[in-house]
Design a protein around this ligand. Structure first.
Ligand code: NCD
Length: 399
């Protein structure tokens, strides 16, 4: 297996593992053989010249645009089990209509999220929380959402104390949790891992972040927060700022916002620009997108300024990180010319990109945004478990 193919195999975990047996290097061949063994049901042998279109298909989660033969192979691997329920891996899994319905459900669930109303819609259901990467808000809000709705949660817990350290494959872990639970929320450092989990599980999988890939449940709470502030998602001007290269929240959010006709300003240092394939996809669908390095110059026109943390953990080279660390620091003084209705969002955790002076301004919305993670995830859990949210949720007391 050569270097390129080895990288491809690594990147392709979302649908299959590709093994290209053209290497003269014995240790590489042995490694690929052992990888093949560990994922036996998910191996495809391909000749080297077809590797590029396959990587393209596998890493973009969509088969459109790749040769029919490749589409056939990938679909075969994806449908091997053919008996899984569909989860939420990227925003492409939801139509605009479904997004709005889920946001409406989330709105009705606000009293339940606040603890004012007890509504055990998910009694008897178990959520499996599989977080292979650090998480505070996503993991805790999934857990809160499930418990507020009368359901239960089992956690993988610290990866260091699970069988993962004994070398258990993701495939095996998923097989086991699939049997223990009704739905899985998963975060993994590897892009495509959530799709891979969904392809090998019967229960729905909610992607809580896959490497620098996607973070669709975050997008749902972001959309909820934007709609709460502006009354609608249509036609807003949204600045996405910071680490657009590795930030999975903005990858998912940019897709969703442009589907609702929002105009995007992408403000980042040149090293951290939005990946070309995402940009191309947005513009190919008619989105109005501008790239700039000038965050402060973009604020006065904006309806939403969405700040992000520079994803230190995803840099291969520490020196590269040092070049861009602290690139944007928003201070209350920078907001004097902003529209009164403009909101500042951040998926959190923040490092130094939003100065605490912003917290007390009318624009700061990031803590409400974090709370909205509970309602958005409640609505998603209900939807994927096939449970309807009643049209009239009592505002307080017993349901
Ligand atoms: C984000 C993530 O994990 O991608 N956090 C979150 O889910 N609230 C953003 C980040 O870590 O910077």
């Amino acid at each position: 297996m050569d270097g390129q193919a080895s990288q491809a195999a690594d990147a392709s975990i979302n649908k299959a593992v590709i093994i290209v047996m053209d290497s003269t290097d014995r240790s590489r061949r042995a490694r690929s053989a052992s990888m093949a063994e560990s994922v036996s049901a998910h191996v495809t042998m391909v000749p080297l010249h077809l590797i590029t279109p396959i990587i393209h298909a596998l890493t973009r989660d969509r088969l459109n645009g790749c040769p029919p033969k490749v589409q056939g192979w990938v679909s075969t691997v994806m449908n091997k089990r053919g008996d899984h329920m569909t989860g939420l891996i990227t925003m492409d899994d939801l139509t605009n209509e479904a997004i709005l319905e889920i946001l409406d459900d989330a709105e009705r669930l606000l009293p339940v999220a606040r603890g004012d109303t007890y509504l055990p819609l998910l009694q008897g259901k178990i959520l499996g929380n599989l977080f292979f990467e650090p998480s505070t808000r996503t993991r805790m809000s999934f857990e809160t959402a499930m418990k507020r709705l009368g359901g239960d949660v089992v956690n993988l817990g610290d990866v260091k104390t699970s069988s993962v350290v004994k070398g258990e494959t993701l495939y095996d872990t998923i097989q086991m949790v699939d049997g223990y639970t009704d739905i899985i929320a998963m975060r993994h450092p590897r892009q495509g891992a959530a799709q891979y989990a969904q392809d090998s599980a019967r229960v729905p999988v909610l992607n809580g972040g896959d490497g620098a890939g996607h973070h669709p449940t975050q997008t749902m709470l972001d959309l909820f927060t934007i709609r709460q502030a502006h009354g609608s998602l249509e036609g807003l001007k949204v600045v996405l700022a910071g680490d657009l290269r590795y930030g999975r929240t903005v990858h998912s959010l940019s897709h969703a916002l442009t589907r609702f006709g929002c105009e995007l300003v992408l403000a980042s240092p040149s090293l951290l620009r939005m990946p070309r394939e995402i940009l191309d996809d947005l513009t190919a669908h008619g989105a109005i997108v501008t790239e700039t390095e000038d965050l402060l110059g973009s604020i006065n026109e904006a309806d939403v300024v969405y700040m992000t943390r520079i994803q230190k953990e995803r840099f291969a080279d520490e020196d590269e990180y040092t070049k861009v660390a602290g690139a944007y620091k928003l201070h209350a003084n920078n907001l004097e010319g902003a529209k009164a209705s403009m909101i500042i969002m951040h998926p959190l955790p923040r490092v130094d990109e939003i100065h605490p002076s912003v917290d007390g301004t009318r624009h700061a919305r990031y803590f409400e945004q974090a709370f909205n993670g509970v309602v958005a995830r409640m609505a998603l859990l209900c939807r994927l478990l096939g449970v309807s949210v009643p049209a009239d949720v009592p505002q307080g007391g017993e349901a």
